[in-house]
Ligand binder design. Sequence first.
Ligand code: ATP
Ligand code: MG
Length: 723
Amino acid sequence: MDVTLIIDSLNDAQRQAVTAPSQAMLVLAGAGSGKTRVLVHRIAWQIQVEDIPAHSILAVTFTNKAAKEMRSRVESLLNMSTQSLWIGTFHGIAHRLLRRHTKQAKLPDTFQVMDSSDQLRVIKRLINTLNLDDSKWPAREAQWYINAQKDEGIRARHMLDTADLHQRQMLRIYKAYEEICDRSGLVDFAELLLRAHELLRDNQDILDFYQQRFRQVHVDEFQDTNTIQYAWLRLLTDGKDNLFVVGDDDQSIYGWRGAKIENLYSFQKHYPNHQVIKLEQNYRSTGTILKAANTIIANNTGRMGKELWTATGEGEPCSLYAAFNEQDEAYFVVERIRTWINEGGLRSDAAILYRSNAQSRQFEEKLMATATPYKVYGGLRFFDRAEIKNALAYLRLMSNRNDDASFERIINTPTRGIGAKAIDDIRCIARDQSLSLWASAIVLINQRTMTARATNALIGFLELIKELTTQAPDLELYEKVKFVIEKSGLIELYQKEKMDKGEEKVENLEELVNAARLFDFDRENEEGMGELDMFLTHAALESGDNQGDDFDDCVQLMTIHSAKGLEFKLVFLVGMEENLFPSQQSVDDVGRLEEERRLCYVGMTRAMQHLYLTYAESRRLYGRESYPRPSRFLREIPSELIQEVRVRATINHPVTPIQIKNSSLQTIGSYKLGQRVSHAKFGEGVVLQIEGSGAQERVQINFKTAGVKWLMLAYANLEVLQG
Ligand code: ATP
Ligand code: MG
């Protein structure tokens, strides 16, 4: 047997981890040290050398993208397909379990997965039906509360009534929410995990089956598992030492969403026979990038302590660019990427990483303006767009009449004369008689209390869904989707919508037909799911990392959170400003600040060859203008590792040279070092430096209250003060 492919390209510690006999193991190591590689190679080793059948192996990773990549790497090591190997995200695997055991999981066969915006919608409606003031009880807070309880494995019935009004109200919402979901056959993301845990915990036969089936359980990014995920892993591996986890305490970045870094310690307690392997060589980044990242993370307390070194050589210093504003920042980054491409670099080797999704827009605009293909991961994903959700709601309602969220979404979209009064009446019946909205609509029709017009409109809607359902079964999935968007009147609706990007929405709907055509349906799926249900689940679970074609060569845009585990030759870590990164909510809380620092470590260590850090001196975000200070993380990097980029990019600004002449540029001649000036926002200050010329000329000013700032002279509108 030739195992050279599997073990030759590993160092000693990696090889030890890959070839160790089955036992509990923790590979604890810093970024880029080959943890994921070890996991992939170990799976291949177990299949090829230890003769463990692929279907006896379970591997859990954090994103769909990582799961796909892991499978293809195992397949190329083994040179065979591995359909029966279970590789997926926690949510994906939990979903699979629930589909296979709907009865024991106490779910209807037609249950549907809700993503978080569906969930929010259901909660909003519920807050209204409970007659609560939604300004006092915001749906988002309730959503947060409910998910946090579920992540801890706590159901509403487990919670004691309290005297605290706030707690009581939240509990009431949680209870009512559970009832609605049960009635409608809806399962949110947190519920997938919790219910899969309960399924195993409460059904000994099922647990026995999976414990025997999975001889090996592997987990990547273990530091970011939450309570319920870890509890689930423990059940599956109970009494067997077959849990193999890899992780890095310095990369724990989901504490805010319930991840428990303590799981790393609990693992060591719960699996006393475990072995720990540390990997210390980083293969990803240059010496400089690694040193900069290591220095920053050293400011955190309570680390498990790891050393990382690289044989790659120093490389170039990290580049720092102080942009005039967010547009200048985007312009600079895109220009650098264009240079990279012109010099032969691949677009997909360049990544722009940001703290918050809202930052992507500026970069997208500049990329579009220069016709540079790009892909945004996360953010408003394809399947989250309103027109797509409307089309999916039709399909979902066809599959499950009790899906209240979908019912409500499309009952009057496109408008068909069903008024707010009728919808309210349906809701009341649903609440009073504990019925689904669909059943309540039938009750309402039979009550004959509505006008003939309203009755006909409502009957028309129910008939439409029935008709779609009866006529669709023989069609291919994509034909079904096409049929539905045409028959439902959605296409027509958006074709008429001239103003509001109607054309784009029609294109998106067509893209949905295309997505259905390309959907990779596994007919042999062990859960026996139909193609439509599988497609709908895919739409709900898909975390947007599949938009566009994976093989297209595109510049990569994503939050730092979603860049976890990935690597790129050229990385831009943008918006390095106080109150943005670290985020505003974290600056006063040591624990959260340390999590932001870990996030910074994750971001920097994505870079293989070149790392650019940028910040803007003024930024418009969420419609507000601010003048942020550079991020504290920048100060934590030793100055010898950083090189400041001096050349200013030209700003795309609709001010023509003539206009400039007529405004502030007239006074340029009167600026000199030490000159006293006044600025509308920053007040009085003294000129420290003058740089550049023409439209790019800028001055550095020490303002009495606002501190030192660089301003573009052309836009600063400074007033020269005498004396
Ligand atoms: P992260 O903490 O960011 O998830 P990781 O520890 O999982 O990182 P990998 O992604 O597995 O690290 O590896 C980082 C890079 O180093 C990859 O490109 C991988 O192929 C390469 N690499 C790892 N080990 C070796 C090795 N022994 N020889 C050559 N390249 C290696
Ligand atoms: Mg990894």
